[in-house]
Design a protein around this ligand. Structure first.
Ligand code: KG4
Ligand code: ZN
Length: 334
């Protein structure tokens, strides 16, 4: 069979990224232009600035990816693009660029759901094995997804309020840590001790997740201690917070593996870069004997390589689109 080359575009938030992926598994080129330095000045992503930066950068990043791959558009078989969910202004730029390339060069186009992309970041490490459970932990999602084959998704639990990455970022903000706070809270959590008595997030029989109570407990604790003139040990607070988060993520994930009789676990999304979570799941996989794939850290946060990988299986299933599809700010995976 001939090799299939995809040019993939991801612009759902504040990264302008273009990748060229061969046969769904091999990264020929992956360029990620992050805008974090600009947005961290404001303590979070400013949608208007994000979309303007995507406009400035998108053609440069497309050119750079082709140059790095030593390819031209003639070598590309099809275009893939994130259509949603995400910031609508940001998504529109990637979708417009992808449609333009598809139209001008007469190539098929595959619109990809952002979370499916995060899941397939694992496929760039090791070909997915089914059935599997995917623990999706990002800035906007905390979900458990069951897959029995490529491109087949059944949600078994999801976010009830703050997603896990959002809780990390909000906790980081009150602790005066730079945006996005996840990596810094993770680093501090490895220095401190679990000394603060924080509530366990939604420990029930469902596979849903709720982190807003834990987040509020951290914020209230900080304010109350400050009002009493006491200083907070930020490292200890980070450890206590991270332990409660990791405890519940791991507990519900392992219960799902057992109930669904699944031996393959993958994790996906920005919080999949969390060392606390990676370490605990690695320990559990050794103890319980399930197979665990961890995405490369560079492919945990938003990137086009994961979109290119996912799109290959959609392409093989004939899920190409005409140019009438739209960017969608909100779109449930399943
Ligand atoms: O997947 P992603 O890039 O964007 C969304 O699709 O939402 O995830 C970004 C999130 C941010 O909330 C960031 O703080 C979090 O991932 N994050 C982490 C770590 N690295 C990134 N959270 C905890 N620990 C980390 N090491
Ligand atoms: Zn993402």
């Amino acid at each position: 069979m001939n090799d299939v080359y995809c040019l993939a575009i991801e612009s759902s938030c504040d990264e302008t990224s273009v990748a060229i992926i061969k046969n769904g598994v091999f990264e020929v080129a992956d360029i990620i232009l992050s805008q974090i330095d600009i947005h961290s000045l404001y303590g979070g992503v400013v949608p208007e600035i994000a979309s303007r930066k995507h406009i400035e950068n998108i053609t440069i990043v497309i050119d750079e990816a082709l140059k790095k791959a030593n390819m031209t558009m003639d070598d590309i078989d099809y275009i893939a693009v994130t259509y949603g969910p995400g910031l609508i202004g940001s998504l529109l730029i990637g979708v417009l660029a992808a449609k333009t390339l598809a139209f001008v060069y007469n190539k098929p186009i595959v619109p990809v759901h952002h979370i499916i992309g995060h899941i397939y970041a694992n496929n760039l490490v090791k070909r997915l094995e089914f059935p599997l459970i995917a623990l999706v932990v990002s800035g906007g999602h905390t979900e458990l997804i069951y897959m029995d084959k490529d491109y087949s998704f059944k949600k078994i639990g999801g976010t009830l309020d703050d997603a896990v990455g959002e809780a990390y970022d909000k906790v980081g903000r009150v602790l005066n840590l730079p945006y996005p706070a996840g990596p810094e809270v993770d680093r501090l959590a490895h220095i401190g001790n679990d000394t603060y008595n924080l509530p366990i997030p939604l420990d029930d029989k469902t596979y849903n997740f709720s982190f807003s109570g834990l987040k509020s407990a951290v914020i209230n604790l900080k304010h109350n201690e400050e009002q009493r003139g006491n200083t907070i040990n930020i490292n200890d607070l980070a450890t206590s917070f991270q332990n409660r988060v990791v405890d519940i993520l791991v507990k519900k994930t392992i219960r799902a593996l057992k109930e669904y009789k699944v031996n393959n676990l993958i994790i996906a999304g920005g919080v999949a870069a969390n060392n606390g979570l990676r370490e605990r799941l690695t320990e559990e996989s050794k103890k319980l004997g399930f197979s665990l794939v961890l995405p490369l850290k560079k492919n945990c946060t938003d990137n086009a390589a994961m979109i290119g990988s996912a799109s290959y299986y959609a392409y093989k299933l004939g899920k190409t689109s005409n140019l009438n599809f739209s960017a969608k700010a909100n779109d449930e995976l399943c």
